[in-house]
Design a protein around this ligand. Structure first.
Ligand code: PEP
Length: 251
């Protein structure tokens, strides 16, 4: 059985006090959601405080990125995976489309970040997804497969236990356009089959594959009803504790 994951990506929103207020408001609202792995990803500067304030709760804290380099060094502006762990995080998002589009993350960078995260003892939420023009050109599957194969290159079977995949079609992120449940299922199926080819059927069957892209309380149930959808990575609708809690408690 794959334990579903509902993760909230807060992007570059919320000052520290606002982030703490939201996290504390969320805590009682999802306290009974033990059938799910609940994760929130605030900005770097809020991680330590939020992790401390949520200690003992069922909410996991994630960073939104980490450095590709695993060793400390002269990398101004970067935060290493073991520093993320040291701040109290258990998870880290890597390869989010905004990092790929605007900050130069390539499949190779994503691979290094993923390896660094695993080495630090974190769970990496590895994001993949095609753009609108790629989908319209009929390249969606091949783009996602390439991102996946390159992103997970060299990972052992044991490493894959520390991986969650998030399929986030770029055209659905922050646009209000959600992939239909059928579109999500189709690509999740492709992802699972690709992992079966690279790492074997057992790894593929155990892998959690999340959908991301305009997930809301209104559409979570439909998406989760799909066989290969094991959870969601939520942006906008995770910023408000009540709306995120409705997604977590959709059943
Ligand atoms: C995201 O940021 O990962 C995301 C899916 O955003 P949204 O839910 O706002 O589309």
């Amino acid at each position: 059985m794959r334990k579903p994951v509902i993760a909230g990506n807060w992007k570059m929103y919320k000052l520290l006090s606002e982030a703490v207020d939201t996290a504390l408001a969320l805590k009682p609202l999802v306290a009974n959601a033990n059938h799910y792995e609940v994760v929130i990803a605030p900005v770097f500067t809020a991680l330590k405080t939020i992790a401390d304030r949520l200690e003992g709760s069922n909410i996991h804290v994630a960073a939104q990125d980490c450095a590709a380099e695993s060793k400390q060094g002269a990398h101004t502006g970067e935060v290493a995976a073991d520093m993320v762990k040291d701040a109290g995080c258990s998870h880290v998002i890597v390869g989010h489309s905004e990092r790929r589009q605007f900050y130069g993350d390539t499949d190779a960078t994503v691979n290094h970040k993923t390896r660094s995260a695993i080495q630090a003892g974190l769970i990496a939420i590895v994001c993949v997804g095609e753009s609108l023009s790629e989908r319209e050109a009929g390249q969606a599957e091949s783009i996602v497969q390439t991102q996946l194969i390159k992103g997970l290159d060299g990972l052992t079977v044991a490493d894959t236990e520390r991986i969650i995949i998030a399929y986030e079609p770029v055209w659905a992120i922050g646009t209000g356009k959600t992939a239909t449940p059928e579109q999500a299922q189709e690509m999740h199926g492709v992802i699972r089959r690709t992992i079966a080819e690279t790492h074997g059927a057992d790894v593929a069957n155990a892998m959690r594959i999340l959908y991301g892209g305009s997930v809301k309380p209104e559409n979570i149930a439909e998406l989760m009803s799909q066989e290969d959808v094991d959870g969601a990575l939520v942006g906008g609708a995770s910023l408000d504790a009540e709306s995120f809690a409705k997604i977590v408690n959709y059943r």
